[in-house]
Ligand binder design. Sequence first.
Ligand SMILES: NC(=O)c1ccc[n+]([C@@H]2O[C@H](COP(=O)([O-])OP(=O)(O)OC[C@H]3O[C@@H](n4cnc5c(N)ncnc54)[C@H](OP(=O)(O)O)[C@@H]3O)[C@@H](O)[C@H]2O)c1
Length: 231
Amino acid sequence: MDLTGTTVLVTGASGGIGAGVARRFAEAGATVLKHAHRADGDFLRADLTDERACADLFAEATGTLNAVVNCAGVQPDQDLDGMTVADWRAVVDTNLVSAFAITQAAAKAMRDNGGSITHIASIQGTQPAAGHAHYCASKAALIMHARTAALEYGRFGIRVNTVSPGLIDRPGLADAWPDGVARWHAAAPLGRLGTPEDVGDACVFLASPYARWITGHDLVVDGGMSARPTW
Ligand SMILES: NC(=O)c1ccc[n+]([C@@H]2O[C@H](COP(=O)([O-])OP(=O)(O)OC[C@H]3O[C@@H](n4cnc5c(N)ncnc54)[C@H](OP(=O)(O)O)[C@@H]3O)[C@@H](O)[C@H]2O)c1
C-alpha cells in the first residue's frame, strides 16, 4: 500500500494497538498525526470524553485529513455485581461517546474531500465476555454507530468502518493471564495471538483506495477465532 501524500490522525497512538497502527501507516508513506490522552512524547493530547477537547484536537490537525483511526479506549475487568454506574459511564464515555464526537469532528474536516474513519471495536462487540458487560456493550454500540455514520456520510465520500480485533499481544500479557493466553492459542485457527501490526494493516487497507467501495463494515481481525463453532 502506498499512502504517500495522505495524512492520518491516529487516536490512542501511545497504546499498544495505536502505536502499531501509527507504525504501519508511516511505513506506507502517510503523514501520521499521533494522539494520546496523557502519555509524554510526540503526541497531540486530548481527553476524548470531552467534546470540546475533541473538537480542538481536530482543529490542531490542520491541513487535509484523509483518514482517522480511532484506537483510544479502555478495557477494565469488572463483574456486574461490583460495578457502579460511574464505572459503566467511564467505559461508555471513553469507548463510545468519544467515538461519536470524533466521527462528527472528522466528518466536518473531511466534508469537502471525502475520507475514511475507522474505529477499533472488538470481537467482544459481537461475543459476550464475563467481567466485560460495559465493554462489550460499548463495542456493540460502536459497531452500530459506525454503520449508521456510514449511511449519513456516504454522500460526502466519507467511509466509516470498524475493525474488530481478537486478543492482541502486549508485553507481560502471557505472565498476567497465562490461562487466557493458553486457551487462545489452543482455540484460534491461526494458532497465535494477534499483533498491533495485524490490526494496523487492516486499518491501512480500509484507509486506502483498495477499500474505496467499503463502508459500514466491521472487519474482524482475530486469527479466525470468531469462525470457530461453539457447539
Ligand atoms: N488489546 C487487545 O487485545 C484489544 C482487542 C480488541 C480491541 N481492543 C481495542 O483496541 C483499542 C486499543 O487497545 P490497546 O490494547 O492498544 O489499549 P491501551 O494500550 O491501553 O491504549 C489505550 C489508548 O487509549 C488512550 N486513552 C485512554 N483513555 C482516553 C481518553 N479519555 N481520552 C483519550 N485517549 C484515551 C490512551 O492514552 P494514554 O496512553 O495517554 O493514557 C492510549 O493511547 C481499544 O479501543 C481496545 O478496546 C484491544
